[in-house]
Write a protein that binds this ligand. Structure first.
Ligand SMILES: [Ca+2]
Ligand SMILES: [Ca+2]
Length: 373
């Protein structure tokens, strides 16, 4: 994220777009999500730009769900791991500085640090070299049951002026309070040059089964994605997002040889991106922005329309304003809960606020269950 001077990220006052404008945002795949110009009612005849983003589809009942001032700053990424057997659901969080992963459990009222196995104050992170302090802005996991945690980081906190765009894997079962990455994939040379604080913010993993069944195109081969081409890639692709250009990049990561292949480049359409979360049950890729884009979120899907110019590629399906009860705060993390948690047609989503606004860094709202677009 980038801290901006107070007042430079004005609160959105355009979250209630006129209906005529909202309808322009057709519920189909769109190439661009530029602002539409609509005449403001009661205006002097001059057109004004009004957001084409739709109202947030959740319950708009944002509540804080962390103990006050647990994370004074820099809680920047979230991943929700559903309960498995006797193991409780876990809300994983990353702090970009100091570099830490937190394992948070639901105590019935708040999500608080697991007090077991060295997790009480979060675990300090180093690169695979055992050195450095990765500025970790995103976190994810692969298939159910995996104990490995993946982070996206944008620089070494010990060398803050230099962009270093790295995906790292960590052993989530380690009992140590300090953990070294098991492997780093340094993607810097494969990505656009960015300011050191405009780099990797977002990461999510999408399983091969979804990609193949939806005809995902491997842009490096210009053919349908064939997982067999990529050795030891952990059953899916890693999608990362770059803050500085709001763009998403899909990678096959070789977990044995350490190499990587960029498979796709995708516009999130927002000018910035802070987190990605793939809803594995519904098939929606959620791309969230922070206060620099008024907390807007875009939902992407693979275009499966035969003959479409973008067939096999992720496109933005819908864009949403932030929840109406959420102030325009520096939310850098976004996580979705499983369908099994649905109640009255909604399931929870979580936000992490790098700025700990009003002494709280984790907030909850909801989205509709199932495929609602
Ligand atoms: Ca951050
Ligand atoms: Ca950062």
């Amino acid at each position: 994220m980038v801290h901006s001077a107070s007042g430079s990220s004005p609160r959105s006052n355009d979250s209630s777009a006129p209906a005529a404008c909202a309808r322009i945002f057709a519920p189909v795949l769109i190439a661009t999500l530029s602002l539409c110009s609509c005449s403001a009612s009661g205006g002097a005849g001059g057109a004004v730009s009004v957001s084409a983003f739709q109202a947030w589809p959740g319950q708009n009942a944002v509540a804080t769900v962390d103990l006050a001032d647990t994370f004074p700053s820099n809680l920047s990424g979230l991943f929700y791991e559903p309960a498995q057997g006797a193991a409780p659901a876990v809300l994983w969080g990353v702090l970009n500085g100091p570099s830490k992963i937190y394992r948070l459990l639901d105590n019935g009222k708040n999500w608080a640090s697991d007090t077991d196995r060295g997790w009480a104050a979060g675990k300090t992170l180093h690169y695979a070299s055992g050195l450095g302090s990765p500025d970790t802005e995103g976190i994810t996991k692969t298939g159910a049951g995996s104990t490995v945690l993946y982070t996206a980081s944008e620089r070494d906190n010990e060398n803050k002026g230099v962009s270093r765009l790295v995906v790292s894997m960590f052993d989530g079962n380690s009992a140590s309070a300090t953990i070294n990455a098991q492997r780093d994939w340094d993607l810097t040379s494969n990505l656009p040059v960015m300011g050191a604080n405009f780099g990797l913010e977002a990461i999510t993993w999408i399983p091969d089964a979804y990609l193949v069944s939806h005809g995902f195109i491997d842009e490096s081969k210009n053919e349908p994605y064939d997982p067999a081409r990529y050795a030891n890639h952990e059953g899916g692709l890693f999608f990362v997002g770059i803050e500085g250009n709001g763009t998403i990049y899909a990678y096959a990561l070789d977990h044995i040889g350490g190499g990587y292949t960029r498979v796709a480049t995708i516009a999130s359409v927002n000018p910035r991106i802070m987190d990605l979360n793939f809803d594995r049950e519904v098939g929606y890729l959620w791309a969230a922005c922070d206060d620099s884009c008024q907390g807007r979120t875009n939902v992407l899907e693979i275009d499966t329309r035969p003959g479409s110019p973008t067939e096999g590629k992720f496109n933005v399906r819908h864009g949403f304003e932030r929840p109406s009860t959420m102030p325009n705060i520096n939310n850098e993390g976004f996580a979705i809960t499983p369908e099994a948690s649905c109640a009255s047609g909604f399931k929870s989503v979580f936000y992490s606020d790098d700025d700990d606004t009003n002494l709280h860094a984790i907030r909850r709202d909801s989205i509709p269950c199932g495929a609602f677009l």
